[in-house]
Ligand binder design. Structure first.
Ligand SMILES: Nc1ncnc2c1ncn2[C@@H]1O[C@H](COP(=O)(O)OP(=O)(O)OP(=O)(O)O)[C@@H](O)[C@H]1O
Ligand SMILES: [Mg+2]
Length: 233
C-alpha cells in the first residue's frame, strides 16, 4: 500500500442551482518520502484535492488513505488530531499571524504538536535566525514564506502539503523556497506534495500528477528528478 492513496474522490460545490464539480473521480497514489507535484490550470481542482488530503475539507465520495487510514471516514475529532499532528501546510500567501513575530508564529505550531522540533533549529534550517524577532510585515515575501515553511516543519510532519508555495515569489526567491522543500523531502524522508502551474518545477518531482477539468489526466514517474538548483524558468 502506498503512503497516500486517493481513490475515486468526488467533490461538488452547490451554489444555488449550480453544481460545480471540483473533483470528478480523482485517483492517484504517492509513496512515502516522495516529492510529488500536482500540475494543472486554474480551476482544475488542485487546491480542492489538497485540502481534502490535509483534512481541511471533506469529499462527497471516495477514499483518502494516508498511512493506512482512510481520513474520509474520520470524525471531526479525529480530523482535528490529524491536522494538528500529521500534516504541515504551506500556502501561496503565507497566512502568518500578523501580530506575532516570526518565532512566535513557529512556536504556535510547535505547541500543538507532541513531536515538535526545536523552534530555533527550524528557523536556522530556513536561514532566518537573524530575523526571528521580526513581525511578518517587516519581512520580505520570501522571508515570510520561509517562516511559513518553518511553521509547517516545526510540527515534524510526515506529510507536507504546499499550495503554490512560490506563486507570489520571484524566480530566485522561489528557488530558495523550493530548495528548502526539496532538502526536507530528501533529508527527512518527508512526503512532500506541491501544487504548481509551472511545468519546469515538475522536473524536480519523483511523481507528476496532471489534473485538468476536475480529473487526473496523467501520472508520470520520474526516475531522475533534477535538483531545483539546476532548473530555470
Ligand atoms: N468553496 C467553494 N465553493 C464553491 N466553489 C468552489 C469552492 N472551492 C473551489 N470551488 C470551485 O471548484 C473548482 C476547483 O477549484 P480549485 O480551487 O480546486 O482549483 P485550482 O486547481 O486550485 O485552481 P487555481 O490554480 O486557480 O488555484 C473551481 O471551479 C472553483 O471555483
Ligand atoms: Mg488552487
Amino acid at each position: 500500500m502506498s503512503y497516500v492513496e486517493v481513490k475515486d474522490v468526488y467533490k461538488r460545490y452547490t451554489m444555488g442551482d449550480n453544481v460545480i464539480v471540483a473533483n470528478n473521480g480523482v485517483s492517484f497514489s504517492i509513496e512515502e518520502g516522495e516529492f510529488a507535484v500536482i500540475l494543472g490550470p486554474s480551476g482544475a481542482g488542485k487546491s480542492t484535492v489538497l485540502n481534502i488530503l490535509g483534512g481541511m475539507d471533506s469529499c462527497d465520495e471516495g477514499q483518502v488513505i494516508i498511512d493506512g487510514s482512510d481520513i474520509a471516514k474520520y470524525s471531526n475529532k479525529e480530523l482535528t488530531t490529524f491536522r494538528r499532528l500529521d500534516v504541515g501546510f504551506v500556502f501561496q500567501f503565507y497566512n502568518l499571524v500578523p501580530n506575532l513575530t516570526a518565532k512566535e508564529n513557529v512556536e504556535l505550531a510547535s505547541q500543538v504538536s507532541n513531536k515538535a522540533l526545536d523552534v530555533d533549529e527550524v528557523l536556522e534550517l530556513v536561514n532566518l535566525s537573524h530575523r526571528k524577532q521580526n513581525f511578518p510585515a517587516q519581512l520580505s515575501g520570501g522571508e515570510q514564506q520561509r517562516v511559513a515553511i518553518a511553521r509547517a516543519l516545526a510540527k515534524n510532519p510526515k506529510l507536507l502539503l504546499c499550495d503554490e508555495p512560490t506563486g507570489a515569489l520571484d524566480f530566485e526567491t522561489g528557488k530558495q523556497v523550493l530548495k528548502i522543500l526539496e532538502d526536507t523531502c530528501r533529508n527527512y524522508k518527508t512526503t512532500v506534495i506541491v501544487i504548481t502551474h509551472n511545468s519546469e518545477i515538475a522536473k524536480m518531482a519523483d511523481r507528476v500528477i496532471r489534473v485538468n477539468d476536475a480529473k487526473v489526466r496523467s501520472i508520470e514517474i520520474n526516475d531522475n528528478p533534477i535538483s531545483v538548483d539546476d532548473i530555470e524558468w
